[in-house]
Design a protein around this ligand. Structure first.
Ligand SMILES: CC(=O)CC(=O)C(=O)O
Ligand code: MG
Length: 218
């Protein structure tokens, strides 16, 4: 792992996101559980870091919060095998996939891409680089509070497609590059936030490793 990866938020060229990777979340929104990964992208301009705010675009009233494990790619790679997938991971981060559910539902009805609903500026609040050895992929806890009320509390062991499966799938079609970020999907409990709300999110990893981040919604 090279040192530049610690600064992944300024070198990141692609944010590739996975949809419906937890069956309870797919069901809570009335979606079918996928049989292969659903992928979409956010532009790198969606990234926002503390102490900056999540900005709801002026003509919208609310967004949905989605807490997710972010995987940061170390080596540029294509067509990765499941055995090699882990070697291409440089580290992790805690991330939010902020979504306008109303816009997404309208776009879905019309068969259009989700980009506007998920790719607007500040739609990807993101925490600091987390070292690889602090995360055991089979037992990461992700949680999210809105105004100190718990809304999401999930575990990566409930992912439908594991992180190596996702790297294999994506790299078959899209070259993964140093600093790219993969958002691995959200557990259940997504819901609305409005201007004036505060989101606190956290990740619990190996050996009592804990990381939390806080964002105001404006
Ligand atoms: C229904 C969604 O918005 C898909 C998504 O982003 C997810 O994390 O699941
Ligand atoms: Mg998501």
């Amino acid at each position: 792992m090279t040192d530049t990866l610690k600064d992944f938020r300024s070198i990141c060229r692609k944010i590739i996101c996975i949809g419906r990777n937890y069956s309870e979340h797919a069901k809570e929104l009335g979606n079918v559980v996928p049989t292969q990964p659903i992928i979409f992208m956010k532009p790198s301009t969606a990234l926002v870091i503390e102490p900056n705010d999540i900005k709801i675009p002026s003509e919208w009233d609310e967004l949905h919060h989605e807490v997710e494990l972010g995987v940061i790619i170390d080596k540029t790679c294509q067509n990765v095998s499941k055995e090699e997938a882990e070697e291409n991971i440089g580290g992790y981060c805690l991330a939010l996939d902020m979504t306008s559910r109303k816009i997404q539902d309208d776009l879905k009805k019309q068969g259009h891409p989700w980009l506007l609903s998920k790719g607007f500026d500040t739609s990807c609040p993101c925490g600091d680089f987390i070292e690889k050895n602090q995360i055991d992929l089979s037992s990461v806890n992700l949680w999210l509070n809105v105004n100190e009320n718990i809304k999401q509390n999930g575990h990566t062991c409930d992912m439908i497609f594991s992180v190596p499966d996702l790297i294999v799938f994506i790299s078959k079609y899209i070259t993964l590059e140093h600093g790219d970020l993969i958002l691995t999907g959200t557990p259940s409990g997504v819901g609305p936030v409005k201007r004036g709300d505060q989101i606190t999110a956290g990740i619990n990893g190996k050996d009592d490793f804990k990381y939390t981040m806080k964002f105001n919604v404006v």
